[in-house]
Design a protein around this ligand. Structure first.
Ligand code: PEP
Ligand code: MN
Length: 363
C-alpha cells in the first residue's frame, strides 16, 4: 500500500473546465452554479490567457459528458495532482502575491527582514529603520513565539503587534508576523498584519490552515521540520481550498542527521517547487543555518537556485536579542548582503525589489 494512501481520497474529484473564449458572463455563472449543485467547489483560474474553472471536492460525481454539454464549455481536463489548486496544472503561470504595493513571486526578489521577536518599541523602531535602509521591503517580527521551552520568552503578544505596526508605518513597510492560534485572528486584523506567517511547528495544524484560508490576507507557509514537499503542498492546499490563494512557501531548512548546523537548507526543494507549483517560494536562511555567519552563503545559494525572496533575521543589537540572536545579522551586515543578493539576482535574470541606498560613510 503506498505510504500516503490515506490522503489519496477515493472520492476525490477534480477537473479543469476550460471555458470557450466567446462564452458570456451568464454562461460562466451557469457553469459555476452547476458545479456547485453537484456539491463541488468552483474556483476560477487563467490557463494561457483562457478562463478555466476548477471543480473540486470530495463528493458530487458529474454524469459522463454532463459538464462538457454545458453551453460555454470548451473541454474538461482532469487535475492529476493531489494538491490541486497548488499545482501548476491549475495555474501554469507564476502566481504573484501582492502584499500591498509589493509583488512577491514576480520578476523582482524581495527581502523580508527584522528580528526574531518583537521586544520593545525602541528595538522595533531601530529594526525597521535598519531593515529599510538595508534594502528590505517587508518587516518581520514575532509577537507570539513558538519556543521549544515553555520557560523561554513567549513573545510580547498584543503589545508586540502594536510595536511592529508602529515601527513599520513611517516607512510604509508591510509587516509579517506568526499566528499560532486561530483565536488571535481578530487581533491580527485589528493591527493590520499584512502577511500571516504559519510557522514550521504548525505546518500541519489543519484547523489553523483552514482559518487563514478563509481570509484573503497573504500567508507565508513555512515548511515543517521533517515535512516532505508533498505534505507541504497539501498543507498549502488546505489554505487554497478555503479560497485563499495568496500563499507564499518558505523553505527554512529541514531536520537532518547533521548536528553541525541548526537545520539543513533544502536547496533542491527550490527548483522542484518552482516546477510543481505556481506559488512563490522564499527562503529563510536564518533558521536554516542557525548562525549569522552562514546567512550570506545560504541567501546567495537560494537566489541562484530560483527563490523569489528571502526572510532574514536582523536585529539592531544581536548580542542583546531576546531570541535567536546568534543567527541575526546587524543592519550593516544585511546592507552588505542585499548588494550581493541583487548581483546574483541580476546574474539569474531577475531584478532586486528595492532601490539600494548607500550608507553614509563613517567619519
Ligand atoms: C520564526 O520565523 O521566528 C520561526 C519561529 O521560524 P520557524 O517556524 O521556521 O522555526
Ligand atoms: Mn527566530
Amino acid at each position: 500500500m503506498p505510504i500516503d494512501s490515506h490522503i489519496s481520497g477515493q472520492e476525490e474529484n477534480a477537473m479543469l473546465i476550460m471555458i470557450k473564449p466567446n462564452a458570456d458572463e451568464a454562461q460562466v455563472a451557469a457553469i459555476k452554479s452547476c458545479v456547485e449543485d453537484l456539491g463541488l467547489r468552483a474556483i476560477e483560474s487563467q490557463i494561457r490567457k483562457q478562463l478555466a474553472i476548477a471543480a473540486i471536492g470530495d463528493q458530487g460525481i458529474a454524469p459522463n459528458g454532463f459538464i462538457e454539454s454545458l453551453p460555454g464549455v470548451e473541454h474538461v481536463l482532469p487535475i492529476h495532482k493531489q494538491y490541486k489548486l497548488a499545482s501548476r496544472e491549475f495555474h501554469p503561470d507564476n502566481r504573484v502575491v501582492s502584499v500591498r504595493h509589493i509583488p512577491i513571486g514576480g520578476d523582482a526578489i524581495q527581502v523580508i527582514a527584522g528580528p526574531c521577536s518583537v521586544e520593545t518599541p525602541e528595538q522595533m523602531l531601530a529594526a525597521a529603520a535598519g531593515a529599510m535602509t538595508a534594502g528590505a521591503s517587508l518587516l518581520r517580527g514575532g509577537a507570539f513565539k513558538p519556543r521549544t521551552s515553555p520557560y523561554s520568552f513567549q513573545g510580547m503578544e498584543e503589545e508586540g503587534l502594536k510595536y511592529l505596526a508602529d515601527a513599520a508605518r513611517p516607512h510604509g513597510m508591510p509587516v509579517v508576523t506568526e499566528l499560532m492560534d486561530p483565536r488571535d485572528i481578530d487581533l491580527f486584523l485589528k493591527y493590520g498584519v499584512d502577511v500571516i506567517q504559519i510557522g514550521t511547528r504548525n505546518m500541519q495544524n489543519f484547523r489553523l490552515l483552514k482559518e487563514v484560508g478563509q481570509l484573503q490576507v497573504p500567508v507565508i507557509l513555512k515548511r515543517g521540520l521533517s515535512a516532505t514537499i508533498k505534505e507541504w503542498l497539501m498543507a498549502a492546499e488546505y489554505i487554497a481550498a478555503q479560497g485563499n490563494l495568496n500563499i507564499i512557501l518558505a523553505e527554512r531548512g529541514v531536520r537532518s542527521f547533521e548536528p553541525a548546523y541548526r537545520n539543513m537548507l533544502d536547496v533542491s526543494a527550490i527548483p522542484y517547487l518552482k516546477r510543481e507549483t505556481h506559488l512563490p517560494v522564499i527562503v529563510d536562511p536564518s533558521h536554516a543555518g542557525g548562525a549569522a555567519w552562514m546567512v550570506p552563503a545560504l541567501s546567495l545559494a537560494a537566489i541562484a537556485a530560483g527563490a523569489d525572496g528571502l526572510m532574514i533575521e536582523c536585529h539592531p543589537n544581536p548580542a542583546q536579542a531576546w531570541s535567536d540572536g546568534e543567527q541575526a545579522l546587524t543592519p550593516q551586515e544585511l546592507h552588505a548582503l542585499t548588494r550581493q543578493v541583487a548581483a546574483v539576482a541580476q546574474a539569474s535574470g531577475r531584478a532586486y525589489g528595492q532601490p539600494l541606498i548607500d550608507l553614509p560613510r563613517a567619519s
